[in-house]
Design a protein around this ligand. Structure first.
Ligand code: NAD
Ligand code: IPM
Ligand code: MN
Length: 326
């Protein structure tokens, strides 16, 4: 099996190294090949997603990605984040699964990933007005809605579809589409919630959610809130899936410039993304579960500073490797 590893920027390379060290210890015939991406690729080639990297990603069974973004590119015409958005679009990974678990909370944000504001028409008018537009085609909503409803059948069977239907036409299409498809999933109950209220409910009562199904921008924001309520960004992994391979597996967090280079990044989010890759991307659910359990064990014995502990990234990885040994 071939995995394209795209370390990226900031703590990206630090957590990517952690993942590659752990993956090499698993009983799995895996080829891990690194490729330049994000700001690191801009510095060398001027392009955050060089053609060689895109070709390698397409040819791989899965893409494992650290993080992109660096302060030096903020406001620049070519930015690392553009590479990530293009890669998601090129691989058409429309379903971004962002699980959040802690104590009594066990929810899954299912975020539409290749539509909406991130991909709509944008520009500048003669009078200086700048615009980004939220656009959704019916079939784009239909496929993510089906994915969310299907995922709910493997969980507690409850979907909260989140929109802003009191204001936005795209949201009214979203809500009507979910309503139309829901009867195809008789075991699943569906409720609709406005996004502002969903932000509130995630903070005050996150245990009420099973699957949160929502569009791109809302899902970006709500998944950080969900992470904040379940241990922080250092713990939050994700899987971005299309209809076939390769999927992209990446932490919810960014390049964390404030702690980059200090060896204290929590690699749990990246390792959980690697576990999601084993389960959802490479057809190795048992190995994925083993890695998940090992990460949980390491979180108890070797917490990093973001969790109030003192372990370094390296010490966390050593704890995971100890947990993995029979
Ligand atoms: P961020 O997620 O990088 O960091 C937010 C806060 O969480 C920071 O205080 C950071 O130190 C902390 N944090 C994040 N991951 C951590 C980890 N693994 N261990 C310990 N602490 C962690 O968000 P930001 O600061 O808003 O963005 C920084 C850069 O990252 C920007 O350029 C942004 O565009 C980019 N970004 C990239 C991705 C991605 O690659 N998928 C996601 C989000 C942000
Ligand atoms: C994320 C990030 C990205 C997003 C950025 C870096 C483009 O915030 O993966 O959550 O907004 O999707
Ligand atoms: Mn985000």
């Amino acid at each position: 099996m071939r995995v394209a590893l795209l370390p990226g920027d900031g703590i990206g390379p630090e957590v990517a190294a952690a993942a590659s060290q752990v993956l090499r210890e698993l009983p799995l015939d895996l080829e891990l090949e690194e490729h330049p991406f994000g700001g690191a690729a801009i510095r060398v080639t001027g392009d955050p997603l060089p053609p060689e990297t895109l070709a390698a990603a397409r040819a791989a069974d899965a893409v494992l990605l650290g993080a992109v973004g660096a302060p030096e590119f903020d406001g620049a015409p070519v930015r690392p984040e553009q590479g990530l958005i293009r890669l998601r679009g090129e691989l058409d990974v429309y379903a971004n699964l962002r699980p959040a678990r802690a104590d009594h909370v066990d929810l899954l944000v299912v975020r539409e990933l290749v539509g909406g504001l991130y991909y709509g028409a944008r520009g500048v008018r003669d009078d200086g007005t700048v615009f980004d537009t939220m656009e959704y085609r019916p079939d784009q909503i239909e496929r993510i809605a089906r994915r969310g409803l299907e995922l709910a059948t493997t969980r507690r069977g409850h979907v909260t579809s989140v929109d802003k239907a009191n204001v936005l036409d795209t949201s009214r299409l979203w809500r009507a589409t979910v309503e139309r498809l829901a009867p195809d999933y008789p075991g699943v109950t569906v409720e609709h919630m406005l996004v502002d209220n969903c932000g509130l409910q995630l903070v005050i009562a996150p245990e009420r959610f099973d699957v949160i199904l929502t569009e791109n921008t809302f899902g970006d924001i709500l998944s950080d809130v969900a992470a904040g309520r379940t241990g922080g960004l250092g713990l939050a992994g994700s899987a971005s899936l299309g209809d076939g391979r390769p999927g992209i597996f990446e932490p919810v967090h960014g390049s964390a410039p404030d702690i980059a280079g200090r060896g204290i990044a929590n690699p749990a989010a990246m390792l959980r993304s690697a576990a999601l890759m084993l389960a959802h991307g490479l057809g190795e659910p048992d190995l994925g579960a083993r890695l998940e359990t090992a990460v949980d064990g390491a979180l108890a014995t070797a917490p990093t500073p973001d969790l109030g502990g003192r372990a370094t990234t390296t010490e966390f990885v050593e704890a995971v490797l100890r947990e993995l040994r029979p």
